[in-house]
Design a protein around this ligand. Structure first.
Ligand code: AKG
Ligand code: FE2
Length: 244
């Protein structure tokens, strides 16, 4: 297949992620992932040329989402009492990747899962539920709750990076995607992560004289830890938490 993943560690292209063994039961989904920003990191060999509008539309969508993401960072910074320049520096060049998820229906839908429980290893994700099929669930107080998409609205899932930077004032959300027996479901998730070179730790401006709740880890190390194992709840956060 022309756009299939390479073994270059970036997971771009068509394929599966988080496959650790031949025996593993895979998630019931097809996925396609491309890095969309910074533009210099785009690898156009993974960008389909058919339909002919694809590249142009994704480029424009990526640009508009970046504006939305900058706006959200400004609100988060304000809420945390941190100068907006601090976030602008951490998220400089607006790193962004897009994952297209296709979940085929399954006659035995209760025996499979579309995406295993996890939190996103990113700042936040802006999710668009493309067709009107429900499937996303979030975990709140130990219970799984179905999220219905509002018409013309995005779903924003906070990621692990925001939890650590905010010393836990913001919590990343554990979520999963379920399958149904009749209808395929399609979602498009745009991950907004930090600059690749950052050292991830709670922001001193947020911690102040208070208790430090998380240890530190380079973002590169964190991404490696995330992709080196099966998706499993809030595993990155569990690793970095100093107290339970
Ligand atoms: O399809 C969904 O609603 C969720 C997908 C997801 O969690 C992901 O791609 O990280
Ligand atoms: Fe996710």
């Amino acid at each position: 297949m022309v756009y299939k993943q390479d073994n270059d560690g970036t997971l771009q292209g068509y394929g599966q992620a988080f496959v650790m063994s031949e025996e593993q039961k895979l998630d019931w989904s097809d996925l396609f992932y491309v890095m969309t920003r910074p533009i210099t990191l785009r690898n156009m060999k993974f960008w389909p040329t058919s339909p002919s509008t694809f590249r142009d539309n994704i480029d424009r969508y990526s640009f508009e989402l970046t504006k939305l993401a900058s706006c959200l960072w400004q609100y988060i910074a304000k809420n945390l009492g941190v100068a907006t320049e601090v976030f602008a520096q951490l998220f400089k060049d607006h790193p962004q990747g897009m994952r297209f998820n296709y979940y085929p229906p399954c006659p035995e839908a209760d025996k499979v899962i579309g995406v295993s429980p996890h939190s996103d290893a990113t700042g936040f994700s802006i999710l668009l539920q493309i067709n009107d099929v429900q499937g996303l669930q979030i975990r709140k107080d130990g219970e799984w709750i179905a999220v219905s998409a509002l018409p013309n609205a995005f779903i924003v899932n906070l990621g692990d990076i925001t939890e650590v930077l905010s010393n836990g004032l913001y919590k990343s959300i554990e979520h999963r995607a379920m399958i149904n027996t009749e209808n395929p479901r399609i979602s498009l998730v745009a991950f907004h992560g930090p600059d690749n070179s950052i050292m991830l730790q709670p922001l001193p401006e947020v911690v102040g004289d208070g208790k430090l709740n998380y240890g530190s880890m380079s973002y590169q190390e964190l991404m490696k830890a995330f992709f080196d194992k099966k998706l499993e709840g809030k595993s990155i956060i569990d690793k970095l938490k100093l107290f339970n």
